[in-house]
Design a protein around this ligand. Structure first.
Ligand code: ZN
Ligand code: ZN
Length: 182
């Protein structure tokens, strides 16, 4: 039986840390990640989730530090091509345990001994998606006239690259334009 292509977040980013909590102060343990596809949340599915999270037992709970990388399917803002946007999440958070002893608004390990990285990782992944994702930094985009993808080469449309220095003169020559009032 083949495994499903997408794993649920609570199977991957929710860590069962009961055995770490039983250890003494200073004990640390790596949690490596290497997943082909993960649904982090309803609004975020990533591929190639890789990295490592290290948990250290402290008097207050567990200190999580690590770096996770993944890719998110996006469309290039210039040429509209499907692309994979790299995203990262850099962790350095204390998860308090037991949760009853945690200060207000702090992160906690649940009473069920699960440490859920999902909210932090989701937020950092979403924040690392640029407003204008580009398939490559020098993407040439689409021709506004014929829609050809200029990454595949120039199209046959007449070049309309008016030098902006001439625009004032062209305005004077345009009979529909009012002359500038002096
Ligand atoms: Zn592009
Ligand atoms: Zn064109």
């Amino acid at each position: 039986m083949s495994s499903p292509p997408t794993k649920l977040a609570n199977r991957v980013l929710r860590l069962n840390v009961g055995f770490v909590l039983k250890e003494g102060i200073g004990y640390s343990r790596d949690f490596p990640f290497d997943e082909a596809a993960v649904t982090v949340a309803d609004d975020l599915t990533v591929s190639d989730l890789r990295g490592n999270v290290n948990l250290t037992r402290t008097p207050q709970g567990l200190y999580a530090q690590g770096l996770l990388r993944a890719k998110v399917a996006q469309s290039c803002a210039r040429c509209l091509a499907d692309m994979q946007q790299p995203v990262t999440s850099r962790l350095g958070e204390l998860y308090h345990y037991p949760p009853e002893s945690a200060p207000p608004d702090s992160l906690t390990v649940g009473d069920d001994h699960y440490l859920d990285l999902t909210p932090t990782v989701r937020e950092e992944f979403l924040l690392s998606i640029p407003m204008q994702p580009l398939c490559r930094p020098d993407c040439r985009g689409l021709c506004p006239q014929c829609g050809a993808n200029w990454n595949d080469g120039p199209c046959d449309c007449p070049a309309e690259d008016r030098d902006p220095r001439w625009s004032g003169l062209l305005d004077l020559l345009d009979p529909d334009k009012e002359p500038p009032a002096n």
